[in-house]
Design a binder for this molecule. Sequence first.
Ligand code: CU
Length: 265
Amino acid sequence: MRHPITRRIAAAAALSVPLALAAGTAPASAQPVSGPLSVRLDPLKGSDASGTATLTPTGNGGLKVSIHDTGLVPNMPHAQHIHGDTSGKHFTCPTDAADKNGDGFISIEEGLPMYGNIHISLTTKGDTSMKSALAVDRMPVADANGDLNYQRTLKPSQLPPGTLSHLTDLHIVQHGVDANGNDKYDLKGLGESTFAKSAGLKGIPEEATDGATCGMIMPVGSVDTGGASTAGVDHPFVIGAGIAGLIAAGGLLVIRRRSTTSSNR
Ligand SMILES: [Cu+2]
């Protein structure tokens, strides 16, 4: 598939970001997961995208992830992650109120206090850790209609400890919006990504990093009762440390520009 991405972001080093968020909280009662779990991906503020996801534990300790969206920015890669953590805190999808600067969208900085750190990067191949958070060359690309279909079976080694027993504490966030309606990420939409800029990376459109969809992971057929704990949203110290860690992580990212389009993947 030919797509007009001229920027490739590759991670340069291993990261140790989640420690701040993992500290100081007793594990909540973990429920074993036997069957598939479903996610309704709802649009975040300013986004027209929505979708569904299904997470199915495999027999050998892996996890099959299927995602289907409509309404995403066409022909653009959409960074997507499983957010939250496995220490028993209950992060949620950000509401419109998370848009602190009032630009109509939820930036990474605005969303992190509610959706938590990146737990798994849902790349199309290769590494799935936080260091691939912005590896847009390995993120799924929406088709010309803005539809996105993703499927990958994560190996047991790609699941951080506690993932399968805390799936319902986690959620999926997809990124990438089109503020100015020109069907691409550009600086004219929302300017430069403040998250990337604060990490020393210049020229990344805010449109590429703002949130598009979010959905809680829940057992099929269940309703969201609030999960194991509501502690996560009330701990600004922990949240602040998480943001600082993520920004530090961003500082390790290396950007290379592609001269033309990618020929294949
Ligand atoms: Cu994310």
